[in-house]
Design a protein around this ligand. Structure first.
Ligand SMILES: [Zn+2]
Ligand SMILES: [Zn+2]
Length: 266
């Protein structure tokens, strides 16, 4: 088995089920060599699954205290999952994950990963049923992450496929779709990024394969990109969920090596 770490994790500070301490204790029990906290950053608008703006400093302080307390047992890093619509934090987080959870369209915020029903209704209402116009807007936002911060982990690169298992809504091998994703990868690779291979939707039963798809992983490999495995876990039992399958997935794309740590912010 590959050495285990997980840097995409949530706690009761945002929408996770376990406290920071319970998460790091579970990581120790599973024998991880390193572990990272990555709570959802505050959003500009009200967001019930994010850390509230006024609580961000407390999250940073508590996570940093645990990092210090556990330093002889496990390498703990203090990170944040930054949404493209979130302000850049003033705290010195060890690393950032950059993710897109919403598309802004005609003044509305369309959630990408809420439910299949919501996605179908949004694409119908705002895109006249054109999924490739929807995914184009999504990947443009993913690219825009590159203009905001360097040195991030790119979170769940093709989250837009969460409710598209078996290509029930749109064809992920369609040239229009692939071209959008490849362009986003090109742009992100101009910055110093690592792509995560994320099993979060597998642990929650939405998908049978990790993000990104094999097609996108192959392109990342071809362009010399780097990857790291992530559980995107919202409870302690999902830490490193299905990493054996995720590792097989990256090998199919010709990738062997995974990064051991995120790019640290200096
Ligand atoms: Zn996310
Ligand atoms: Zn997450």
């Amino acid at each position: 088995m590959i050495p285990l770490s997980d840097f995409h994790t949530h706690s009761t500070w945002c929408d996770g089920k376990n406290t920071l301490r319970e998460m790091v204790d579970a990581a120790l029990e599973k024998g991880l060599y390193a572990f990272g906290f990555s709570g959802h950053s505050p959003m500009v608008s009200d967001c019930e699954w994010c850390i509230a703006d006024e609580k961000l400093e407390n999250y940073f302080r508590d996570a940093t205290a645990l990092k210090e307390e556990y330093k002889d047992k496990i390498n703990v890093l203090v990170g944040l999952e930054l949404d493209v619509f979130s302000p850049i934090p003033s705290q010195k987080f060890d690393y950032l994950i950059s993710s897109v959870h919403y598309i802004k369209k005609d003044g509305a915020m369309l959630p990408i990963d809420l439910s299949q029903k919501q996605t179908i209704s949004d694409v119908e209402k705002y895109y006249g049923g054109d999924y490739y116009a929807y995914t184009r807007d999504y990947f443009e936002l993913v690219s825009a992450c590159a203009d905001r911060v360097d040195g991030v982990i790119v979170g769940h690169f093709d989250l837009v496929t969460k409710f598209n298992e078996g290509d029930v809504l749109f064809d992920t091998t369609d040239e229009r779709y692939l071209t959008q994703g490849y362009a986003a990868i090109d742009k992100l690779l101009e910055k110093n990024v690592i792509f995560e291979v994320n099993t979060g939707a597998m642990s929650r039963g939405y998908r049978t394969e990790p993000y990104p798809s094999i097609m996108f992983l192959r392109y990342i490999k071809e362009k010399g990109g780097r990857v790291i495995l992530s559980g995107d876990c919202h409870n302690a039992s999902a830490i490193c969920h299905a990493f054996d399958l995720a590792y097989e997935h990256i090998k199919k794309a010709g990738l062997e090596e995974t990064e051991k740590y995120p790019i640290l912010r200096v």
